[in-house]
Design a protein around this ligand. Structure first.
Ligand code: CAA
Length: 379
């Protein structure tokens, strides 16, 4: 087993670190407070190739492997998890799903622009009554011959307002249950497509999360992804890879909080010496480092398995389950290391702690990851 990163991977890491430090860090607290992401930053992320990392150059992407993507996700997430969730949804769910399952026309029309970051996408599966229980889709896509008539509501949609293209999962043939579900490419601006309420969230506050409503929206037939009834499989398959991205986000949040804690522990003095010289702090730093390293190995392993064309469903769920728990634990300890300073915004760790929580919830809660792992174990 080779645990070393290649020259290319190290270059991606350095580029993502530079971007995070030079472009994202200075106003991350202001964006969190304002609950707003700067569209100019999205454009810059696109120009740097962070929004279509795994898309082949033929469709305007960077043509990199999954390991490069998780390395970049980790670096961006150390600083700004709102930026990285937008990046993750665009890369893993929207671009990957379109490149893997879309038609040539769909790739030419949508993927090229998404990969370049000219536009960004959203992935619309969750509903008021279908979060974990994803087969219970109430949104309908009635087959009208040359188009689908889309009706329903999608909840907690990342990039809900800023996206130009949405991949919407909807039920066409209820009698076929999950095999009657379709995935449709739905453009913003279609009549009957309304962007609803923005969520006021605990964490990742600068990312825009909205309810989306569809009333008799006419979606052309050519916008269905793959064959009739493939929508649920499309969503599950796409989420398998998405979970590697969110695991990398969780890893980055944990690593960011750890780096801040390490630095702070050498600067802050109590009882006449830096707190890093107190065993109580050393124990915390050591445990943080071990957990982060273990999470990193799981995340990299899942990414490598995907790159090698192996079945990575279980590895992805394990990486997400473990890394998200590590993110929550490490960030809570990071606040503790910082004491009172950890509880105020200026020191970043309180935001990282708030941001960590969502990694145990989206793209399948921790409980769902356990079901996915058990499903694979018991196959
Ligand atoms: N990969 C590929 N296929 C899968 C799969 C997986 N991980 N899990 C299930 N399937 C397939 C099965 O093979 C089966 O197909 P066939 O019937 O053709 O054999 C079909 O899906 C149904 O499987 P189950 O009967 O096991 O389905 P279930 O109803 O028991 O649900 C589940 C399985 C794992 C719980 C699934 O519903 C699930 O993953 N739920 C969580 C959904 C989720 O992650 N939502 C997050 C929303 S997206 C988001 O958060 C994005 C964002 O904005 C950040």
């Amino acid at each position: 087993m080779d645990f070393n990163l290649s020259e290319e991977h190290l270059a991606v890491q350095a580029a993502a670190r530079d971007f995070a430090q030079n472009e994202l860090l200075s106003e991350v607290i202001e964006r969190d407070n304002a609950q707003k992401f700067d569209p100019a930053l999205i454009r810059k992320m696109g120009e740097q190739g962070f929004l279509g990392m795994m898309v082949s150059p033929e469709y305007g992407g960077s043509g990199m492997d999954t390991l490069s993507y998780v390395i970049a996700m980790e670096e961006i997430s150390k600083v700004d998890a709102s930026a990285s969730v937008m990046m993750s949804v665009n890369n893993s769910l929207v671009c990957w799903g379109l490149e893997k399952y879309g038609s040539e026309e769909q790739k030419q029309k949508y993927l090229t622009r998404l990969a370049a970051g000219e536009i960004i996408g959203a992935f619309c599966l969750s509903e008021p009554e279908a979060g974990s229980d994803a087969t219970s889709q109430h949104t309908t896509a009635a087959d009208m011959g040359d188009h689908y008539l889309l009706n329903g509501t999608k909840n907690w949609i990342t990039n809900g307002n800023s996206s130009s293209v949405c991949l919407v999962i909807a039920q066409t043939n209820p009698e076929k249950q999950h095999r009657g579900i379709n995935a449709l490419i739905v453009e913003k601006g279609l009549e009957g497509f309304v962007v609803g309420k923005k969520e006021d969230k605990m964490g990742i506050r600068a990312s825009d999360t909205h309810t989306l409503m569809f009333t008799d929206v006419k979606v052309p037939k050519e916008n269905r992804i793959a064959e009739d009834g493939f929508g649920f499989k499309f969503a599950m398959s796409t989420l398998n890879g998405g979970r590697i991205g969110i695991a990398a986000q969780a890893l980055g949040i944990a690593a960011g909080a750890f780096e801040l804690s390490l630095k702070y522990s050498k600067e802050r003095k109590t009882f006449g010496r830096p707190i890093s010289e107190h065993q109580a702090i050393q124990f915390k730093l050591s445990e943080m480092a071990v957990k982060i390293e273990a999470a990193r190995l799981l995340v990299y392993k899942a990414a490598r398995m995907k790159d090698e064309g192996k079945d990575y469903i279980q590895a992805a769920a394990m990486a997400k389950l473990y890394a998200s728990d590590v993110a929550m634990w490490v960030t809570t300890e990071a606040v503790q290391v910082h004491g009172g300073y950890g509880y105020v915004k200026e020191y970043h760790v309180e935001r990282l702690m708030r941001d960590a929580k969502i990694t145990q919830i989206y793209e399948g809660t921790s409980e769902i990851q356990k079901l996915v792992i058990a499903r694979e174990l018991l196959k």
